[in-house]
Write a protein that binds this ligand. Structure first.
Ligand code: FE2
Length: 311
């Protein structure tokens, strides 16, 4: 019996068939079991895209902070960049292609439903001497990425972090994320000493994330994780893409971002952005009510301008 092929559960079947086609089923099982998986470059299958993303994000951050792009990210070993690390999606076409990558979208939809929305995009550049938000030495406390949601967090993911590793994570020396497999089931943020994982006698011992450049590191939005300082030379460059359920507050206002520059042209070139950026969503709205939105499968909601949607 091949359950996904029966087309009996529309919210799941197409995602399962797509995962089978892309060779992702093992990774779905790891996400379900441990709340974390690393999809290797050979499964992601886009080596050219990785180079373009790396070049693109370094150029964007250099422009924003009035800096030169380092001669060689493999050897540049002093803190570089600045605080303007968010909302770069429309600034390089490679970054849009990554947002719509079939492997990333399949995982996002498995974790957050077939109407999953890209919530936001930060960039992480780490070298020797980069401090974390929580520690001058560069250790980051354990936390979840499901910000603003009080406990108990449900077992099903509210959001998923799909991080493109643009440089190798070979071991602790590379300053990787550290993770607590299975902690997505705890249903809450770490408290007090639980977060300070690097302190002697700490109650929680996370594992370092490893993966080659070109991998996608994926974790459940409620998984406990932090990071450690980098001691190796060169840069760690990571682009997390945060996808969430369509009812979650997005990190960026995509409608506002699309009004800037000539960004609307990207929606014409990549119509799937309508879905992935949630441009179909009826909320937030104003006194005239939402436009009639259309679901991915063509279903048109019974909502139109001026309709009383609560009748
Ligand atoms: Fe995080």
């Amino acid at each position: 019996m091949d359950i996904p092929a029966l087309n009996n559960v529309p919210d799941a079947d197409a995602i399962r068939l797509e995962a089978r086609r892309l060779g992702l089923e093992k990774h779905l099982l790891e996400l379900h079991t441990y709340g974390v998986t690393v999809i290797p470059p050979e499964t992601v299958g886009s080596p050219d895209l990785i180079e373009r993303m790396r070049d693109g994000i370094l150029r964007v951050l250099a422009d924003r902070h009035d800096l030169e792009v380092p001669d060689d990210w493999r050897t540049h070993s002093t803190p570089w960049g600045g605080p303007k690390i968010w909302c770069w999606l429309f600034e390089d076409e490679a970054l849009i292609e990554a947002a719509l990558h079939p492997v990333a979208l399949c995982i996002a939809r498995f974790m957050c439903g077939r109407s999953a929305i890209l919530q936001g995009t930060p960039a992480i550049i780490k070298t020797q001497g980069t401090a974390s938000r929580t520690n001058e030495e560069g250790y980051m406390r354990l936390h979840t990425d499901t910000h603003g949601v009080p406990s108990p967090l449900p077992e099903w993911a509210q959001l998923v972090n799909i991080s493109w590793l643009l440089t190798d994570y070979n071991g602790p020396e590379d300053g990787p994320t550290v993770l607590v497999p299975g902690s997505q089931r705890f249903g809450r943020m770490p408290r007090g000493a639980e977060g300070d994982w690097w302190v002697e006698g700490a109650p929680i011992e996370p594992i370092p994330l490893t993966g080659k450049a070109g991998s996608l590191a994926v974790w459940h939005g409620s998984l406990w994780h932090g990071s450690r300082p980098r001691t190796a030379e060169g840069m760690r460059i990571t682009l997390p893409y945060i996808y969430g359920r369509s009812y979650m507050q997005p990190i960026h206002s995509w409608t506002k971002a699309l009004e800037e520059n000539d960004n609307a042209k990207w929606v014409e070139k990549y119509p799937e952005l309508q879905t992935v950026l949630g441009l179909w969503h009826p909320y937030p709205t104003d006194r005239d009510g939402p436009e009639a939105p259309q679901e991915q499968d063509g279903t048109r909601h019974m909502i139109g301008v001026g309709d009383n949607i609560y009748a």
